[in-house]
Design a protein around this ligand. Structure first.
Ligand code: DSN
Length: 427
């Protein structure tokens, strides 16, 4: 008899035995994470429990629709999973509803556009080159291609969002939707201001808290929930969950958002990721997570101070969150060279434009640093001073191979003191 399907033994082989090539690459990446300093503010390290939920049999299930109203049979278990995730998220943020199906932050944002705007309608968002996000109106993104964008910015004098400009642009252009939120803005966003301006012109107000969500959940950054009609977020940044997105909001918008996500934008939700979001919310509801969120901000402030003490310039003079934007012009290094040099010593960052940057985006004048991942490892204020020294030494020794090699070894030594996924590395 010819076998028409892999045997049970073949199907249940471990990844290591079945596909050593992919297994080895995963090991290499785990090692990179274990022995380097991850300082991209939008990255974090999930727990073993979140990893297990993501790697579960729930990936096999189709569940288009909403819990209790699916287009597939056999959904009684995943209905419970999705209800649990939504309920925990609502408890965590104090939201009326949470749609946990968006596959990413951009799709969460897209759901709000689909629900409230028609192509060609006007909306407002923060300029990408002054801290905004691609999906808040970049001309190469759906948001900038299909809608009319009115972009507000920060003041050159202090790097803060200019409330007068927000109000005057809103009154002049009367956007249907106003977005507040950012990917490289370190200060507290004045959610109340945006609510007031939206009310003055009858606009919908959406807060995108992708960067700040974990801090909001842990009480370390003011929540927009009382002010915004809709709150969108990713779940993998400060919130420390799986790579995904979600939309929260006021009860009256529940139906429109649910319809926009499915069938408007997506087919089957990723139930394994939704299970991981439920686990993430359970973690974020613990008292430990409050301690974590406060420590992320304290570490970011300490890092900013330590870098300023060494002569580096921080946009806006500090931070209220998990991130800081370092302007490298005082030391004559571009963002591109800064990113490459830090990469060379095992410190992972990304180049970033600073407000009113004279350099093109492919070069930039700054780097964006963040503390969520280092804080997850258990690093604190003392380590931030050490990390600031590594960064300063590397950036002032560009091209000095001997010095960079010695910093690389110090970075590895520090990382080893704060084990991450060591148990996952096969010796
Ligand atoms: N790309 C993300 C970031 O790094 O901030 C935003 O989605």
């Amino acid at each position: 008899m010819t076998a028409t399907t892999p045997s049970y033994e073949a199907r249940t082989k471990s990844l290591k035995d079945f596909d050593p090539e992919v297994f080895t690459l995963i090991q290499k990446e785990t090692e990179r994470q274990e022995y380097g300093l991850e300082m991209i503010p939008s990255e974090n390290f999930v727990s073993e429990a979140v990893l297990q939920a993501m790697g579960s049999t729930l990936t096999n299930k189709y569940a288009e629709g909403q819990p209790g109203k699916r287009y597939y049979g056999g959904c009684h278990v995943v209905d419970e999973v999705e209800n649990l995730a939504s309920a925990r998220i609502c408890e965590l943020f104090g939201a009326d509803f949470a749609n946990v199906q968006p596959h990413s932050g951009v799709q969460a944002n897209q759901a709000v556009f689909e629900a409230f705007l028609k192509p060609g309608d006007t909306f407002m968002g923060l300029r990408l080159d002054q801290g905004g996000h691609l999906s808040h109106g970049s001309p190469v993104n759906f948001s900038g291609m299909h809608y009319k964008v009115v972009a507000y910015g920060v003041r050159e004098s202090d790097g803060l969002i200019d409330p007068d400009q927000v109000r005057s642009l809103a009154k002049e252009h009367r956007p249907k939707l106003i977005i507040a939120g950012a990917s490289a803005y370190s200060r507290q966003i004045d959610w109340k201001l945006f609510r007031e301006v939206a009310d003055e012109i009858g606009a919908v107000f959406m807060a995108d808290i992708a960067h700040y969500a974990g801090l909001v959940a842990g009480g370390a950054y003011e929540s927009p929930i009382p002010y915004a009609d809709l709150v969108t977020t990713t779940t993998h940044k400060t919130l420390r969950g799986p790579r995904s997105g979600m939309v929260m909001g006021k009860e009256q918008h529940r139906k429109a958002i649910n319809k926009a996500v499915f069938p408007g934008l997506q087919g089957g939700p990723h139930m394994h990721t939704i299970a991981a979001k439920a686990v993430m919310a359970k973690e974020a509801l613990t008292p430990d997570f409050k301690v974590y969120a406060a420590a992320v901000v304290a570490n970011a402030r300490a890092l900013a101070d330590a870098l300023m003490k060494r002569g580096l310039n921080i946009v806006s003079g500090g931070t209220d969150s998990h991130l800081l934007l370092v302007d490298l012009r005082p030391i004559g290094v571009t963002g591109k060279v800064g990113e490459e040099t830090l990469d060379r010593v095992g410190v992972t960052v990304n180049k970033n434009t600073v407000p009113f940057d004279p350099q093109p985006p492919s070069v930039c004048s700054g780097v964006r640093l963040g503390t969520p991942a280092l804080t997850t490892r258990g690093m604190g204020i003392a380590e931030m001073d050490q990390v600031a020294q590594f960064i300063y030494d590397a950036l002032t020794n560009v091209g000095n191979e001997a010095k960079l090699k010695s910093i690389e070894s110090d970075v590895k030594e520090l990382s080893k003191k704060f084990p991450l996924y060591k148990h996952r590395l096969v010796k």
